[in-house]
Design a protein around this ligand. Structure first.
Ligand code: GLN
Length: 333
């Protein structure tokens, strides 16, 4: 019934229609208790699994929220596309092809098997090994600058000052043995641009940045808007590198669930084990979901379902011909 209503309204006259779909997605999955909170990071294991938020931010700067949209959570791997964006901004797309790779791994996010023995199996910036490599390759004069540069960069995407969640950082830094192993193996193979200790510390900090679902949606909307933050008007990143980021999000944003995601939702997205999901519809909007319960692959169950619901209701899949036809009818580009 909702989809019938939605289909009759032009997308640009968006206010009521987008708020209605955000509310409907929130209502549809509010009682859904599928998945488990991340157990391997103690600070995340303590988060209330009932938290749930759904947000749309459009390229025009419209914001539509439902649920706990102002509650901070750890960004975790949802930071990875934005770190990739900084690496592209600093060194251009060639560095990723040369030093990291762009192929889906089909493996869990924290896999070691693909980096154990040369020749190394595929790697990309959306999984831990590739993201740790990306952090090490960022241009910085010191460890402090590597971290402050990243935090400033994320904050520009969010349009607000973001902060480290100190208890999460302590929790991540005091364990994280797999990531230690990943960094050591990468160093062994000569892939890191900075020491394993410095790289891992900055990687742990990037994972521990606090965001709200609203902030994460603004970050995504900045990508949707060609790198220009629709709320602040700042051109945060080069427009011509956005498509590289989105391509890798679509191929690997949900690790070994990425194929299923592309098949069912058809839009680039990225998750984090803190429960965040950010999906980007180029030229139109970003959708963020937040819910701490995760699928076995480490992706927020309600976050994914809420985004899928909205993508389906609004026919947002990049692969739907109807999407283009409707856009051109309403004079969008
Ligand atoms: N910091 C987490 C880790 O490296 C991020 C993983 C994730 O969100 N998938 O284990």
């Amino acid at each position: 019934m909702l989809s019938t209503l939605l289909a009759t309204l032009p997308l640009r006259a968006a206010e009521p229609r987008l708020q209605a779909v955000v509310d409907a997605a929130y209502a549809a999955f509010r009682e859904d208790e599928g998945g488990e909170v991340a157990g391997y990071i103690p600070a995340l294991a303590k988060v209330d699994p009932a938290h749930f938020a759904v947000v749309i931010v459009t390229v025009d700067g419209e914001v539509h929220v439902a649920g706990d949209s102002g509650r901070s959570f750890a960004i975790m791997s949802a930071a990875k596309p934005f770190t990739l964006a900084l690496l592209l901004q600093q060194l251009g797309p060639g560095i990723v092809l040369e030093k990291i790779g762009v192929e889906p791994t089909g493996l869990p996010f924290n896999a070691l098997s693909n980096i154990e023995n040369p020749p190394l199996a595929p790697l990309n910036p959306m999984v831990n090994a590739g993201a740790i490599t990306a952090v090490s390759l960022l241009q910085a004069a010191s460890a402090a600058e590597r971290w402050s540069g990243l935090l400033d960069w994320y904050s520009a995407f969010a349009g607000e000052r973001l902060e480290l969640l100190e208890p999460v950082y302590q929790s991540v830094a005091s364990g994280g043995y797999r990531n230690h192993a990943v960094a050591d193996l990468l160093q062994l193979h000569g892939m890191l641009g900075a020491s394993p200790a410095e790289t891992l510390d900055v990687y742990n900090r990037q994972s521990s940045v606090g965001v709200t679902a609203r902030q994460l949606a603004v970050m995504g909307a900045t990508l949707a808007n060609g790198g220009l933050n629709p709320l602040t008007g700042q051109q945060v990143m080069r427009r011509d590198y956005v498509d590289e980021v989105l391509a890798l999000m679509l191929l690997s944003g949900f690790y070994d669930e990425s194929g299923w995601w592309a098949y069912t939702a058809g839009i680039p997205a990225k998750s984090g084990v803190g429960g965040g999901v950010v999906a980007v519809v180029p030229g139109r909007m970003a959708i963020a979901g937040y819910s701490p319960r995760l699928s076995p692959a480490g992706n927020s169950v309600r976050g994914m379902r809420a985004v899928q619901y909205i993508a389906s209701e609004l026919e947002l899949s990049l692969f739907l011909p109807v999407h283009r036809a409707r856009n051109s009818r309403h004079g969008e580009n």
